[in-house]
Each structure stands twice: as C-alpha cells, then as structure tokens.
Design a protein around this ligand. Structure first.
Ligand SMILES: [Zn+2]
Length: 412
C-alpha cells in the first residue's frame, strides 16, 4: 500500500472544519497536497482515490503549538537546557520534531532555540522532507539584556538599541523566522522575578523595527504588567505568558486584537506548581516562589482576554522533565477547564488561529477546499472530550501535506 497516494478520500467522517460550524457527516477528498472537496464530492472526482472509511470518526485539522521549543531537551533543571553538546542536541531536536507530528501537531511556532542554528537546521530538514516534523517557524536563541537572562547558556546578550539591532540582524542572517525577546524574569530561577522588566522601550522598539523591516515576527517572554504594555506599544507580534496583564494592558491588547497573539503557555505554570516534585521542585517551593499566585492571576487574565476576543492560543513551553515532549495537547484541556473556552473554541484556537500565527491563514488550520491537507482522523469526539487529543492511540491517521505520517490499520 502506497503511503503517497495522490488522492485520498476520507469517507463518512465527522467533519470538524475549524470554521466554528458544528461537525457534520460527509466525505473529504485530498488530491496531492490539498483538500479539494469537503462534505460532498463531485461525481468521478474521487476516482482512483485510496479510500479511508471514517465510520463517523472525527476528521479535523492538525494542531498548532504557538510556543514550541524543539530544542528543549526534557531537562530536569533550567541550566540543563543548554548543557547538551551540539551533536547530541541536534539528535534530540530531530526526535522532538517527530514527536510533535506523532502527537497530531502539524504546525509549530518556534519560541526560542537553545543553540544558534538548531531550529533553523531542523526546520530546513523538515521542509526538505529529510526528517518528519511539523511545519515550523524557526527561532534563534532568546535575546536578553545583561543581567536579564533566564538561562545564560541559551541566551544571546544585547544591550541598548544598537546592540539589539545587531543581535536581530545576526539572527536574521542565520535564517530565523522570528525573534524572541526575554523581557522579564521567571520565578523558578530564584533570582529573576516574573514581575521584573529588563528591557527598555528603546530596546524593544529597535528589535521590532529591525525584525519587521526584514519581514520577521517578534515574540516575547513577557510576564510583568509593564512588559505586556511594552509589547503592544512597539508591535511585538506574539506575547508569551502575559500573566500579570493589568487593566491598562488589557485595554491595549483589546485595541490591538487584530494583530496581536497571546500564548500563555499555561501548562508550564500548572505542571511547575503541581507536578515537578519528582524532579526536585516540590509544590511548597513552587508556591513559595509565587507560582500559585501567578497561576491564579494569569487564569483571570486569560478568562478576560477570551471574553474580549483577544487571540489566545494554546502552546505550552513543553520540553522540561515535568512537561515532557508529547504531552502538548494538555494545553487544550487547560483552555477548557480553566479559561472558559468551549471545546470548539479551544480547537479553533489551536487550528484556525494556528494558521494565522503561522502567517498562512488561507491554507493552514481548517478543513476547507483549497487548504493544505494537514489532517487528523481521531477515534473519538474531541468536542465531547477534549482530552482525547492527548491519547496518541486515538489519533488513527495523521496526514501532513497530503502524505500520511501515521496510519492505523483497520481491525478486520
Ligand atoms: Zn518558552
């Protein structure tokens, strides 16, 4: 059986198309790399197609993780993120790219690379078809100011507007798709507080101007209230975390909701608070550091952003020992259980808004004619139980670019 069939007909599937419409039963035809018809197929159009009998299983777009670190190596401590020698680190990164696809993620928005070229090289290998992985927007190491790094070993240091310009230019020269600014602290470091803001307005403005001039996006680790406002003021495209957004920042995000994306990476907060004890960070320590307080405040902020129609995307900073690769779809559960998203809204956010953040809204993230065939056939109804997406055994078929990455033989 060829896994490169040029035409594939998914017959009698429950079509969850990510437009927000309720799922309905029908057929979906894929020709080469594109979806050509959805619902009904013109007579003869499916001739010669390989037929997958859906029997009511859910057909939906592949998922997007808006805060992806292919290079995070499941380390049990922060410094471990940079400790692997480059050769082993490349192998790890190749593995995690495959893990994303194995988990139903066909889109990843890179949120920083632990070493200069790892993200870029792996993106290029995926695009060339040499290794399996999601469609990927590559990043470089995160930029921090002197004294403002979360993990020195994975950071590119720059100071002042001219220093920032040079760092951004250097990263663009490497071939990154976006730039990451590490603007605030993070409590687990013990020294850099989440509500500290390290960048100046002039530095953020210089980074954004330089990146946008070259058609690159900018994302930022921004936990403090001030950093969120700085992001909006200067046009940072993707605001990560945004936990301590204050009322003024909330209004600014709302006014910018046509272009700004927020990705809270909330699984990091939850797992660091409740699930890191086995890795040397007990809940009492996490609470004492402020993670419980931050989770409560961030949860209120995300509920409010959702109410105001600000684009909030799943994507969770996965790749620590207590947030291992492969568990990415936990984010959707958190959106439903904590942020007041319906399962449909969480899925649209992880698919259609995924297409938007990937800068390809007209061909990624929906099951619609003309869209690229990045599809999941799920044994279950994610609208009834959002956690089904976490169960890899339920992802019966995973297709990217019209080619099957995974096929589950039918029981006879
Ligand atoms: Zn991150």
């Amino acid at each position: 059986m060829s896994i490169n069939a040029k035409k594939v007909l998914f017959r009698d599937v429950s079509i969850l198309d990510s437009t927000g419409a309720e799922p309905y039963r029908g057929d979906v035809l894929v020709d080469h790399d594109r979806i050509t018809s959805v619902g009904t197929t013109a007579p003869g159009a499916a001739e010669g197609a390989r037929v997958i009998e859906g029997r009511g299983r859910t057909l939906m777009s592949g998922l997007c993780d808006a805060h992806t670190h292919l290079t995070w190596n499941n380390s049990a401590d922060m410094d471990g993120l940079g400790a692997l020698p480059v050769e082993e680190h490349l192998l790890f990164t190749v593995d995690s790219a495959k893990t994303f696809l194995d988990s139903g993620y066909t889109m990843g928005f890179g949120a920083a690379s632990a070493k200069m070229r790892l993200d870029v090289v792996v993106r290029d290998a995926i695009e060339a078809g040499r290794i399996p992985g999601p469609r990927y927007r590559a990043n470089g190491p995160e930029i921090a100011v002197t004294g403002g790094a979360l993990v020195k070993g994975i950071t590119l240091f720059a100071d002042g507007p001219e220093g920032m310009r040079k760092a951004v230019r250097e990263l663009i020269d490497l071939g990154v798709d976006q730039i990451k600014l590490s603007m605030t602290g993070e409590e687990i470091t013990g020294t850099q507080r989440a509500e500290d803001t390290y960048f100046s307005d002039e530095e953020v403005a210089a980074c954004v101007a330089e990146a946008h001039r070259r058609g690159k996006m900018v994302c930022a680790h921004a936990r403090s209230a001030e950093s969120v406002k700085m992001c909006v003021r200067h046009g940072v495209d993707v605001v990560y975390h945004a936990s301590f957004t204050d009322p003024e920042g909330m209004d600014m995000l709302e006014q910018a909701k046509d272009w700004v994306f927020v990705a809270p990476a909330v699984n990091w907060l939850i797992a660091t608070l409740y699930e890191a004890a086995d890795f040397g960070y007990p809940q009492e320590a996490a609470e004492a550091a402020g993670y419980k307080r931050e989770l409560e405040i961030a949860t209120e902020a995300m509920i409010e952003m959702h109410k105001r129609g600000i684009k909030v995307l799943p994507g969770g900073d996965y790749g620590f020992a207590w947030t291992p690769h492969g568990t990415y779809a936990r984010d959707l559960q958190h959106f439903v259980e904590r942020f007041g998203f319906s399962p449909m809204e969480a899925i649209v956010s992880a698919t259609a808004l995924g297409g938007e953040i990937m800068q390809r809204p007209d061909e990624l993230g929906k099951v619609q004619p003309g869209y690229l065939a990045d599809l999941l056939l799920v044994d279950g109804d994610p609208l009834a139980d959002i956690t089904v997406l976490q169960d890899h055994d339920k992802l019966h078929y995973i297709m990217k670019d019209g080619k099957f990455h995974k096929e589950t033989p039918e029981a006879s």
